[in-house]
Design a protein around this ligand. Sequence first.
Ligand code: MF3
Ligand code: CO
Ligand code: CO
Length: 292
Amino acid sequence: MVKKVKRNSPCPCGSGLKYKKCCLDEGSLVDKRVKEIYAKNFNIRLKEKTDVKNIKRAGRLVIRTLDLVETRIRPGIITDEINTIVHDFTIKNAAIPAPLNYRGFPKSVCVSVNEVICHGIPGERVLEDGDIVNVDVTSIVNGYYADANKTYFVGTPSPEAEKIVRVARESLKLSLAMVKPGNTIGHIGWAIQQYAEGEGCSVVEEFTGHGIGFEFHEPPQVPHFGRKGEGITLVPGMVFTIEPMINLGKKELRILADNWTAVTRDGSLSAQFEQTVVVTNNGYESLTPYEL
Ligand code: MF3
Ligand code: CO
Ligand code: CO
């Protein structure tokens, strides 16, 4: 149960102001005093409306890129072909692929097949009928970042593949519904964990969603597990990703010798969906929207 915040009660952001004088204000996205508090206390840079417009522009390119990739996925292609498609399309649109050279990452997109949880490096792996493949695109447009991913079926999925993709997709959908002022970061993780574990799946703990916009990864971290009411209170102007990684088996992972590729320890399938969202006055808006 989430309590509705009354106009005259203290603002859930902790500013000490009345809600109507603070986060309820529909004129501007961000209250100046809240902005200072979030910067000082949490190192979180809240975004103005103009920032959000710019991130949304980057987000539109991310979605167009994912849509293009989707048309090209079929058994027989190698994952490096997906990298070429993403790289060329990004450059053609006067944008920068954020993964390339990010902390030494050697490619322009992450491509994660089957037991690969995330950060798969595109290469010579051939996509086979029945595989699942996650494609994670982050574009920089005019200095602003947006980040989204989807997991696709290659050819005809097995029942196991269908299940893990359904649970990962639904995990993101349910957690998005938690995003509104007054809820906390913990509401997001709670929604994911209770649903995914209820389906007999597990939630990866080592990688989280993250603030984004001015940089690739900004505070706060957004864990995909937790409890309602834990952590930082969501306020208008917060921009972050939610990107639950859900395993069909156990939650444990290991990192391959390339120092990037995260795989399930038990070899089970893993799936993920990601969107970038902004907290609005009464909920959220996806800046990388697609149907879930
Ligand atoms: N796009 C990933 C995320 O969702 C991060 C990839 S980092 C990279 O946060 F270096 F591997 F690209
Ligand atoms: Co991300
Ligand atoms: Co991503």
